[in-house]
Design a protein around this ligand. Structure first.
Ligand code: XLS
Ligand code: NI
Ligand code: NI
Length: 446
């Protein structure tokens, strides 16, 4: 991958190609663990982790929050014409992707291009930007992990997008998803994401939940059919989230979404995009959500960040917790990888982090954190007895009446008769503490 900046201006002067310098380096602008070409098992780190930079928090978000305006001034947001500014933002974004050497990026329609004041204008802005993005993708080798539509920020979506009680709003959501699918397909996107945004409700007294869920099922089927009709072959991904902005969101967690997808006949085309901070907000752990998705064959991609244990909203911080990443990578490796998915940073700088260098430092830290998690998980699977112990724990189902039970050959009366014959079962330790200690040992060995 080249070390050049794209366009006429360098947006991150003084920052060159980020390189691997190893664990003893003190350079904040170098990888300590992530070494793209290093083999881990049968694949390189690059191919295991499939990192993607997200457009919105980095190139659009300026640090504003509900209590105050932005704290960062982006040199790519100076032009008053919004389309000119979008072109500068594209150059800045591709400079960032190449300097960081990530293989992928991802965006919402309105991150890439201005929304426009009519449907047709929005479409023409987006296709203009798609043509420019195509050229930059070809020049740098950076590919699109996923595209999505922002059908939650515009005030018209205050009561939801596909679940809005007003059909006219549903139609606008359709227009935005259509243009976003067109853009994703044109850019060779590997996946297309639906985060439910405001698909939920604030007040049950005025909400017909059954109709709203039926509408969402119908809408997603239409999007699937349209995507396939224009040649989009990637996976459609739903990103579960339990709350915020709506107090109740329909896509609460992985198991809820899997049930929904099966109910509406979407299980062959849709998978899940599991976000770390959404998992913890739903009262689960990140690894639990990944495991539920993997067990059901629905693990599509990972939206990586972390929350803050002291509060109850989506803080979208860059991942730094090694335990989280080891556990996540154990599930991913056991799943045989992420296939067409990847690992995107839906993480943003803290409002107080105001220098452009912080963007690099944050991503480097997140990438190293997952690289360390990958190495530890791989070492645990290759060198410890974890997989064998887990399998042995269920060995009573591998032969005899346990195996007949699994195959569906026993009745409740058979269980009763077996219980009477064997008497009180032998007590077997779960050995949780010993496994937890072993995981720490592997973490500090890699
Ligand atoms: C917000 C979501 C959002 C999606 C994309 O909480 O995580 O960033 O990933 O719409
Ligand atoms: Ni989120
Ligand atoms: Ni997300």
């Amino acid at each position: 991958m080249s070390n050049i900046f794209i366009g006429n201006r360098e947006y991150f002067p003084g920052i060159g190609q980020i390189k691997f310098e190893g664990g003893s380096s003190d350079n904040p602008l170098a990888f300590k663990c992530y070494e793209a070409e290093r083999m881990v098992g049968a694949k390189t780190m690059r191919d295991h982790l499939r990192f993607a930079v997200s457009y919105w928090h980095n190139f659009c978000g300026d640090g504003s929050d509900i209590f105050g305006p932005g704290t960062r001034i982006h040199p790519w947001s100076e032009k008053s014409n919004s389309l000119d500014a979008a072109e500068d933002k594209l150059d800045a974004a591709f400079e960032f992707f190449t300097k960081l050497d990530v293989p992928f990026y991802c965006f919402h329609d309105v991150d890439l291009a201005p929304d426009g004041t009519t449907v047709a204008q929005g479409e023409s802005y987006l296709s203009h930007m798609v043509e420019l993005a195509k050229v930059r993708q070809a020049a740098t080798g950076v590919q699109l992990l996923w595209g999505t539509a922002n059908v939650f920020s515009n005030p018209r979506y205050m009561n939801g997008a596909s679940t809005n009680p007003n059909f006219d709003v549903v139609a606008h959501a359709g227009a935005q998803v259509k243009r976003s699918l067109d853009a994703t397909a044109a850019l060779g996107g590997k996946n297309y994401v639906f985060w439910g945004g405001r698909e939920g409700y604030a007040c049950l007294f005025n909400t017909n939940t059954q109709r709203e869920l039926d509408h969402m099922g119908r809408f997603l089927s239409m999007a699937r059919d349209y995507g396939r009709s224009i040649g989009f072959e990637g996976a459609f991904l739903i990103e579960p989230k339990p709350m915020e902005p709506m107090y109740h969101q329909y896509d609460v967690d992985a198991q809820t979404v899997i049930g929904f997808l099966r109910r509406y006949g979407l299980e062959n085309d849709f998978k899940l995009n599991i976000e770390a901070n959404h998992a913890t907000l739903s009262g689960h752990s990140f690894a639990h959500e990944l495991q539920m998705a993997a067990d059901a064959g629905f693990l599509g991609s990972i939206d990586a960040n972390r929350g803050n244990a002291q509060n109850g909203w989506d803080t979208d911080q860059f991942p730094t917790d090694l335990h989280d990443t080891v556990q996540a990578m154990l599930v991913v490796l056991a799943n045989g990888g992420l296939r067409s998915g990847g690992l995107n940073f839906d993480a943003k700088l803290r409002r107080e982090s105001t220098s452009l260098e912080d963007m690099f430092v944050a991503h480097i830290g997140g990438m190293d954190c997952f690289a360390r998690g990958l190495l530890a998980a791989n070492s645990i699977l290759e060198k410890s007895s974890l997989s064998r112990d887990k399998k042995d724990r269920y060995s009573s189902f591998d032969q005899g009446p346990g195996a007949v039970f699994e195959a569906g050959g026993l009745s409740l009366t058979d269980l009763r008769d077996h219980a009477e014959i064997i008497g009180e079962p032998e007590q077997v330790s779960g050995r949780q503490e010993s496994i937890e200690n072993m995981i720490n040992d592997h973490l500090f060995r890699t």
